[in-house]
Design a protein around this ligand. Structure first.
Ligand code: PHE
Length: 344
């Protein structure tokens, strides 16, 4: 029996040595020290031994058990320590490595331009307003002195939703909405940026959906010179102090007189070149003095109050400012195009 025990011990110790994982080690533990293991079996057979032999074998069996158990424990510790070492080595962080830059986006060129224009007018005391893109025929046309059947409605081909509801063709309805919302004894000084829609075929200079910024200033004694002064400041701040503006007579049903504003060409400064098609000037926006009938319809006394209004296309402004040659670039969202305008 003694030999059997010694044999088992040797066997077990070899297996412990060979084990490389905790799982293998556990298997050895169960195999040798478990209830169904060979040592337990030896102990069970002790009844057959003589009185003298019993304590000797008993003691030996216990030592063998203990030796195996401590070998197992030691090995367990070393496997665990090794695993920890390995994990630490794998998870080492080299704090001296340069960081990986996280890609950050930036505002769309159109957003930047609109915000720049907003800031500029806020600086001159204008408030920023908004209005609905789905508009009634009344506000889009009628309240702007464009009754049904008026030929000037054809200037803006429209997307109708019902007979009386359409996608707004310009931001001018917000003029009427703003004036209507207050009583006719208050002054108004606002700009309104927003999307507008026209039934145009898309090409380099047309888009069925584009952006406008409307401006409106109504008060006692607002004059054409006020309009000119505000527009001149806008043009110089936007395009450079060396730029000149000129107002050309034009027609809009909701302004009288109506003008179109040009700025001097930045390439030839008015001499005439290919950029300005030899005219020396580039058209920027439409404007005029608010038509007395528009004031009256909105509840203002046109004898006492006057105002100016203007409407511009930020896409066109951005195209001129940055030399963008196709309005579709604003809407196709090619990241290579947009990235060029991200400010660092
Ligand atoms: N609403 C006009 C357009 O879209 C622009 C404009 C606005 C003209 C305000 C005069 C005054 O063409």
């Amino acid at each position: 029996m003694k030999e059997r025990l010694q044999e088992l011990k040797q066997e077990a110790l070899v297996k412990v040595k060979e084990a490389t994982t905790l799982k293998e080690l556990q298997d050895v533990r169960v195999a040798y020290l478990g209830k169904k293991g060979p040592i337990t079996e030896v102990l069970r057979g002790m009844g057959k031994l003589s009185k003298e032999e019993r304590p000797v074998i008993g003691e030996l069996a216990n030592t063998v058990r203990q030796d195996i158990a401590s070998a197992l424990d030691e090995k367990k510790e070393s496997i665990e320590a090794e695993a920890l070492e390995k994990q630490l080595a794998e998870e080492t962080i080299d704090v001296s490595l340069p960081g990986r830059p996280a890609p950050v986006g930036g505002p769309h060129l159109l957003t930047s331009i609109v915000e720049e224009i907003e800031d500029l007018f806020i600086g001159m005391g204008f408030e920023v307003r908004e209005g609905p893109e789905v508009e009634t025929d009344y506000y889009n046309f009628e309240a702007l002195n464009l009754p049904k059947g008026h030929p000037a409605r054809d200037m803006q081909d429209s997307f109708y939703i019902t007979e009386d509801i359409l996608m707004r063709t310009h931001t001018s309805p917000v003029q009427a909405r703003t004036m209507n919302a207050i009583d006719g004894s208050k002054s108004v000084k606002m700009i309104c940026p927003g999307k507008v829609y026209r039934r145009d075929t898309d090409d380099a200079t047309h888009s069925h959906q584009f952006t406008q910024i409307e401006g409106l200033y109504v008060d006692e004694n607002v004059r054409m010179s006020d309009l000119k002064g505000v527009l001149d400041r806008f043009a110089k701040q936007m395009f450079g102090e060396d730029r000149e503006i000129r107002l050309r007579p034009s027609f809009f049903p909701f302004t009288e007189p109506s003008v179109e504003m040009d700025i001097s060409c930045k390439v030839c400064h008015g001499e005439g070149c290919h950029v300005c098609k030899k005219t020396g000037w580039i058209e920027i926006l439409g404007a005029g003095m608010v038509h007395p009938r528009v004031l009256e319809m909105a509840g203002y006394d046109s004898q006492k109050y006057s105002g100016f209004a203007f409407g511009m296309g930020p896409e066109r402004i951005a195209m001129l400012k940055y030399g963008v040659d196709d309005i579709r670039h604003f809407y196709t969202n090619d990241i290579r195009f947009l990235k060029q305008y991200h400010k660092a």
